[in-house]
Write a protein that binds this ligand. Structure first.
Ligand code: ADP
Ligand code: MG
Length: 389
C-alpha cells in the first residue's frame, strides 16, 4: 500500500482535529456521522466542511453513504498520518524515505530521526485483502468492519513492540525497539539482508548451529518464533580487519505470530521453525547435519526466564493475544512459513521478489514537519537540506 507522506505538512491544526475526531468516532461507528465528527472535533461549525473536504481529497477519510445517513470512515492512509504525526511530535521520526519491504500484512519503510539516525517504520496492515483465496476474501468482505482492521493492526504492532523489547532485554539479536503508536512500530535499521538473498556461505555449519541454538534459547525463554525462516533472519557480514575472516551475524525480526511454549500446538510450531532452517540449509547451501533435533521436549527442560509470561503481564495481555490469534487464524495469517513450500516449487524465479532494494541510497526522504517547506520529491535529501538552513 502506498504511503504518500507529502501532504502531511500541509495539514492545519483544524484538519488534524477533524482527522482525530473521525478516528475517535470510528471506535463505535462503522461510518462516522458528520455531526458526530463536528461534535468530537469541537471546532467552530463553519470550519468543519472545509477540513472534511481537505481530508477526503487526499484520501485520509472517505465518504460513505449508509442506508440511514451519510458519513465518513477513516482510511488506512488516515491512520498512517495519525501515527506518523504522533511519532513526529514525539521527535522520534523526522522524515520517511524508501519502502524496503512489502509483506502481506505489513509495509516497511526506512525513516530517519531528527539527528539523522536511520530507523525502520513498520506499518501493520491486517485485513488487507488477499487476492490469493477468493473464498477467504468473500468472508473477509462480509465481516468487514473498520474497527476490526484498525484494532487488529494495532494489536499486531503492540505485540511486536512488546516482544521486541523483552527479547532485546534478554540479549537476543533483534532490532532495537524505538517506539510504537497505533499500527506502527519504529525500530533500528539493521544493515543487513535477509538470508533469502544470500547465495553462498563459506561455513554453513556455524551459522546453522547458531540459528538452531536461537530456536532452543527462545524456547528456554518461553517462546517460539513461529515464522523462523530465511525472510525473517537478517544476516550481517562482519570482516575481521586483521585476519580478514568473515563472521555472519544473524538478527531475528518479525514477531506478531510469536507463541508461548504453553500453546496447544507449541511442539508443532517449534518443529516447523527447526524444519524451516534445515530445509533451507539443505536446499540453498547444500548443508545437512547428521545430528537429529533439536527437540521441543529437550529444549524446555531448562527454562531460563518466561518472557511469554512477562509480556502478558505488561503490555500485551492474554485477552489481546487471544483476539489477535483468533483473527490471524480466521484470516489465514500464517507468516511466510505457509508460502515457503509453495515458493520452493517454483524455486529461484522469485529471488528478487522480496524486496530489500536500494537501501544504501542517501535519501533523507520526506520531512513530516511543516516548518521546512522542502521538496515533495520522495527522494529529496531533506535531512541534509535542513542542516544547512
Ligand atoms: P512482514 O511481516 O511483512 O514479513 P518483516 O518484519 O518480516 O515484515 O519485514 C519485511 C522485510 O523488511 C524484511 O524481510 C527485511 O528485508 C525488511 N526489514 C524489516 N525490518 C527491518 C529492520 N529492522 N532492518 C532492516 N530491514 C528490515
Ligand atoms: Mg517477515
Amino acid at each position: 500500500m502506498k504511503l504518500n507522506v507529502k501532504n502531511i505538512r500541509y495539514l492545519s491544526g483544524d484538519d488534524w482535529r477533524v482527522l482525530t475526531a473521525t478516528e475517535m468516532g470510528s471506535r463505535n461507528h462503522e461510518v462516522v456521522p458528520t455531526p458526530l465528527i463536528s461534535q468530537l472535533a469541537s471546532l467552530r461549525a463553519g470550519g468543519i466542511p472545509r477540513c472534511i473536504s481537505n481530508l477526503a481529497k487526499i484520501g485520509l477519510i472517505a465518504k460513505v453513504k449508509n442506508a440511514k445517513y451519510d458519513g465518513y470512515r477513516l482510511t488506512y492512509g488516515g491512520l498512517d498520518y495519525l501515527a506518523l504525526h504522533t511519532h513526529t511530535k514525539a521527535s522520534t521520526v523526522y522524515s520517511v524515505g524508501n519502502q524496503i519491504g512489502v509483506g502481506k500484512e505489513s509495509d516497511i519503510f526506512v525513516c530517519a530521526s531528527e539527528t539523522g539516525k536511520q530507523l525502520v517504520l513498520k506499518i501493520h496492515r491486517l485485513g488487507r485483502i488477499s487476492f490469493r483465496t477468493v473464498k477467504a476474501n468473500r468472508d473477509y468482505l462480509r465481516n468487514r468492519s473498520s474497527a476490526s482492521w484498525m484494532y487488529m493492526s494495532r494489536l499486531a504492532a503492540t505485540k511486536e513492540f512488546e516482544f521486541m523489547k523483552a527479547l532485546r532485554d534478554a540479549g537476543f539479536p533483534v532490532p532495537e525497539p524505538v517506539a510504537q503508536n497505533r499500527h506502527t512500530v519504529i525500530m533500528s535499521l539493521i544493515d543487513a539482508f535477509p538470508m533469502r538473498q544470500i547465495s553462498a556461505v563459506a561455513e554453513p555449519a556455524a551459522l546453522y548451529a547458531e540459528l538452531l541454538s536461537l530456536i532452543v534459547q527462545l524456547a528456554q525463554h518461553g517462546l517460539i518464533h513461529g515464522d523462523f525462516n530465511e525472510f525473517n533472519i537478517l544476516i550481517e557480514e562482519k570482516v575481521d580487519e586483521e585476519s580478514g575472516e568473515v563472521t555472519l551475524i544473524p538478527t531475528v525480526i518479525d514477531f506478531p505470530q510469536m507463541i508461548s511454549i504453553d500453546h496447544m500446538n507449541a511442539e508443532y510450531y517449534f518443529d516447523r521453525d527447526v524444519q524451516c532452517i534445515k530445509r533451507y540449509f539443505s536446499r540453498r547451501f547444500g548443508f545437512t547435519s547428521d545430528e537429529p533435533g533439536p527437540f521441543f521436549k529437550d529444549a524446555i527442560k531448562t527454562i531460563t526466564k518466561r518472557i511469554d509470561v512477562e509480556v502478558e503481564a505488561s503490555g500485551f495481555s492474554k485477552k489481546m493475544a487471544k483476539e489477535l490469534d483468533n483473527y490471524m487464524k480466521e484470516h489465514g495469517v500464517d507468516g511466510d512459513a505457509g508460502d515457503i513450500e509453495k515458493a520452493e516449487e517454483d524455486e529461484d524465479e522469485d529471488d528478487e521478489e522480496d524486496g530489500a532494494s536500494d537501501r544504501d541510497s542517501e535519501d533523507g526522504g520526506v520531512t513530516l514537519d511543516g516548518s521546512t517547506g522542502l521538496s515533495d520529491d520522495i527522494s529529496s535529501a531533506a535531512v541534509k537540506d535542513d542542516e544547512q538552513s
